[in-house]
Ligand binder design. Structure first.
Ligand SMILES: [Ca+2]
Ligand SMILES: [Ca+2]
Ligand SMILES: [Ca+2]
Ligand SMILES: [Ca+2]
Length: 498
């Protein structure tokens, strides 16, 4: 096919000061391409103050100077070919490319503006370590794609492969290059915002690719996924990762902002609370009555924190029902392997109905940002149950370590100095849990808790979130009073207190 080639070239290439004056300008009116002409801007800026009808045209940026796409009007191109020997192309206004952004030489700087790729054909071609899109001042590449049962879909060749048996529908994918502030330091210079029409239960395999040039000084060998659930960055150990092929792959039910950063230590555990335990699971009355606060309750109760505290959750974390329903907040401590009385980190997490201790998204492992891989004792506390800690030290790593406290008394440390009670209560059927009845959260269940319980239940209180609610049903009444009386005779003491 015969193409018409027009070259606008600076005649004063050796005089950079005059370069800014070299441009292809649509000063007004409508400039129309017909067919597939090729317009080559050699060291010249694109200025569109009017209207440009691209048809199937290609606009190439060549030469050695840095140039911009500018003008009072935003341009919709068909093809853009960045083919600089040196220098870059930067946006100074939002732009649209309906077909291909061809990266054949130099960088394309979003420069705080957005580049939208056409829904049907819009695609990035030939991007590589040295010829790629950057955005140190912000800006995003945007693409809308319909993703129904996608299989390794990589819309726009933006570097995000999605597979799922579900129909996500029209999905907006945005790629930006500003580093994100994560609990465990900064991210790489790339993130994706993924907004499907249907965004739950996706069981989607998501593979995020990157360039080494985007690593932002991070250790590539421990790169993991970090996902923003709306309130917290959630760290997930990858299903697969390859620092040669440059990707990290994870499975997600809900998509949102995703980036990569260095992984944190992770832990999953299992405990039961005697207060709301019943035949293998704990009731979620507090959640059902919308009484669970979205900010952790332990700070207000006077529990001391090392490094943590103040954790918050999104309200939709409390929407989950069934065995994974959240029954309450719980507190976790990492203790010094050489001196178990020394708390090195304390923070809060969530407890599911089936006993799983999970992170702030209500599903993922608990992560301890900023803690090094090491051996630790782990303690579990609840605001009106007696705290416990692991009998031995556990090695915590980026891939989660788990510990089930429920399967036997030996799963928790037995303090030889305490003879009044075991570390945990026998819940029957070989299952053990935390003793209920510590209404004032002091690690001892005695006459004080009994008196407090008696006072709190006269008159009865309804729909409250209180440590005096010993069976965690949201009410304080005769049932809690009876529990307080029984729990304090004889007195009981936590085997792991501070
Ligand atoms: Ca690499
Ligand atoms: Ca569970
Ligand atoms: Ca007490
Ligand atoms: Ca109660």
């Amino acid at each position: 096919m015969k193409k018409q080639i027009i070259i606008f070239s600076t005649m004063l290439m050796s005089l950079p000061a005059l370069h800014a004056q070299t441009y292809f300008k649509i000063a007004g009116g409508n400039v129309k391409a017909k067919g597939n002409p090729h317009l080559v801007l050699k060291d010249a800026t694109w200025v569109n103050n009017g209207q440009f009808t691209a048809d199937s045209s290609t606009v190439s940026f060549t030469g050695t100077q840095s140039d911009t796409i500018d003008g009072s009007s935003s341009t919709t191109f068909w093809n853009v070919n960045v083919n600089k020997t040196s220098g870059n192309v930067a946006l100074k206004t939002d732009a649209w490319i309906d077909s291909a952004l061809m990266m054949n030489g130099g960088l394309f700087n979003l420069n705080g503006r957005d580049l939208t790729l056409g829904t049907d054909d819009g695609v990035i071609v030939n991007e590589s370590e040295t010829k790629r899109i950057i955005g140190p001042n912000g800006g995003e590449v945007i693409k809308v794609a319909v993703l129904n049962s996608p299989s390794n879909a990589n819309p726009g060749n933006m570097g995000l492969d999605i597979s799922s048996g579900a129909n996500l529908g029209a999905t907006v994918i945005k790629r930006g290059h500003l580093p994100q502030n994560l609990p465990q330091g900064v991210s790489i210079n790339r993130y994706f915002d993924i907004s499907p029409s249907t965004n739950s239960g996706l069981n989607a395999s998501v593979k995020m690719s990157y360039f080494d040039a985007e690593l932002n000084g991070l250790d590539e060998t421990i790169l993991e996924s970090w996902n923003d659930d709306g309130t917290n960055w959630i760290n997930i150990f990858p299903d697969a990762a390859d620092d040669g092929a440059n990707y990290v792959e994870i499975t997600l039910d809900t998509l949102g902002r995703m980036t990569l950063g260095e992984g944190a230590l992770k832990f999953t555990g299992k405990v039961f609370l005697q207060g709301n335990y019943n035949a293998g699971s704990m009731n979620d009355n507090l959640r059902n009555k919308a009484l669970i606060p979205t900010t952790e309750p332990y700070s207000a109760l006077g529990f001391s924190f090392v490094g943590g505290g103040g954790e918050m959750i999104s309200t939709d974390v409390l929407d989950v029902t069934g065995s994974d329903a959240i029954v309450d907040w719980i507190m976790i401590q990492l203790r010094d392997k050489n001196d178990s009385s020394v708390v090195l980190r304390s923070q809060t997490a969530l407890l599911q109905s089936d006993g799983d201790i999970v992170g702030l998204d209500g599903a993922s492992p608990v992560s301890f940002a900023g803690m090094g891989e090491d051996d630790y004792f782990i303690s579990i506390k609840h605001r009106n149950h007696l705290g416990i800690r692991s009998a031995g030290i556990m090695t915590l790593a980026r891939m989660e370590t788990s510990h089930d406290f429920t399967t036997g008394l030996g799963q928790a440390w037995d303090n030889p100095a305490i003879n009044s009670n075991d570390a945990m209560v026998d819940l029957g059927g070989g299952v053990y849990g935390l003793f209920r009845g510590d209404g004032n959260s002091d690690g001892v269940i005695n006459i004080v808790d009994f008196i407090l319980g008696k006072a709190a239940s006269s008159p009865n209180q309804f729909n409250v979130y209180s440590t005096r609610d010993l069976n965690l049903d949201g009410n304080i009444n005769i049932v809690d009073f009876i529990i307080a009386k029984a729990s304090s005779s004889p007195n009981k003491t936590a085997h792991s207190q501070n």
